[in-house]
Design a protein around this ligand. Structure first.
Ligand SMILES: [Zn+2]
Ligand SMILES: [Zn+2]
Length: 345
């Protein structure tokens, strides 16, 4: 692993831009987006509850759900977060493609959209412009509760750029420099300009724009596995429900909890100039992202386990892949920088 002198949240040459109130979605569109992002996944989860009450759950069902959870969470935390959003290590093109596909299978937006939203979060954490802070402008107990609920379930309704991002990338596909140099001030253009390194990577953008295919793959794989192993249509359906629908909902809610829980519940041990917190339960569920205070203090680090007792499964996977020569240049803070950031010095 190599130590880096600075730990910017993104390798962007674009300075943090002034923030603007985004163009709000119409009432009907808000309802539709809410149904697609929360309603449909919840219905899928309910299908799992219904199946469980009717037929119980087998070891194979749970194994398939666990395997799909791990694969998609690796895609989100190691691929989307530590590689695409923060560029904390280098890797081969095939592994980069695999990270992109696994993360997309989680259905939380394409790698570039996810990274743009996340880089914006780091550029404006808990300040105007942060797209999902639970604390922004919230006061008192009820305000705090509303902020927590908003960051967990509703924040994307205030980010109309999400619906336009894919079309924007298509429009500038042949000339990403024009997008980076554009002076358009709508939200989609502004968050896209946080990605100078990723937008100029044509093969990556091409793979990114097949996002819909990768989301479908996330449901097709467990369906196929369930059907092949049991040799029945009923087995295929159980694979879809446990490895597809239930897994999708759980991964989505756990990832969104980094927005809500990660900035409200837990302890702060490093100076990160924001409200990020370390939470051991979240850290285990998210393969490391729950050491959120550690991450905000050193967003450019490939590891987030800065104490011997902190378990960072994403970081352990990266160290294993480094042993195999599949990833390299894993960045991490120097012992001096870590000591200087400690709040209990
Ligand atoms: Zn955060
Ligand atoms: Zn981050």
């Amino acid at each position: 692993m190599s130590a880096l002198p600075s730990f910017s949240s993104a390798p962007s040459s674009t300075p943090a831009e002034p923030t603007q109130t985004p163009e709000p979605l119409s009432g009907a569109r808000r309802a539709l987006v809410l149904f697609v992002v929360q309603g449909l996944p919840l219905l899928g989860f309910c299908a799992g509850v219904w199946l469980f009450l009717r037929e119980g759950v087998s070891g194979w069902d749970l194994g398939l759900m666990g395997a799909m959870y791990l694969l998609t969470m690796v895609g989100i935390e190691v691929g989307f977060h530590r590689y695409f959003a923060h560029r904390t290590f280098e890797t081969t093109r095939p592994l980069r493609a695999l990270f992109l596909i696994l993360g997309s299978m989680a259905g939380q937006g394409s790698a570039l959209l996810w990274s743009a939203v996340h880089r914006t979060h780091h550029a404006h954490t808990d300040q105007p412009g942060d797209l999902h802070s639970p604390l922004l402008g919230r006061r008192g107990f009820w305000g705090g509760l509303r902020g927590f609920f908003w960051a967990q379930f509703l924040w994307y309704l205030e980010v109309p750029a999400i619906g336009r991002f894919g079309r924007l990338l298509d429009r500038y596909r042949a000339s990403p420099a024009d997008l980076l140099a554009s002076r358009e001030e709508d939200q989609a253009h502004r968050i896209a300009r946080t990605l100078p390194d990723l937008l100029r990577d044509e093969p990556l953008v091409r793979l990114n724009q097949r996002y819909g295919t990768w989301v479908l793959l996330g449901f097709a794989l467990p369906t196929l596995a369930g059907g092949l192993v049991t040799g029945s249509w009923a087995g295929a359906l159980r694979g879809l429900v446990w490895g597809g629908l239930v897994r999708y909902y759980v991964v989505q809610q756990v990832t969104f909890a980094i927005n809500s829980v990660g900035h409200t519940m837990g302890v702060r041990s490093l100076n990160s100039r924001d409200t990020s917190r370390n939470n051991v339960v979240m850290a285990l569920l998210t393969l490391g992202a729950g050491w959120h205070n550690n991450h905000h203090a050193f967003p450019g680090s490939a590891r987030v386990d800065f104490r011997w007792w902190q378990v960072d499964l994403g970081g352990l996977l990266l160290r294993l892949l480094a042993r195999l020569g599949l990833v390299w240049d894993l960045r991490e803070p120097s012992p001096e920088a870590l000591l200087a950031a400690r709040l209990d010095r």
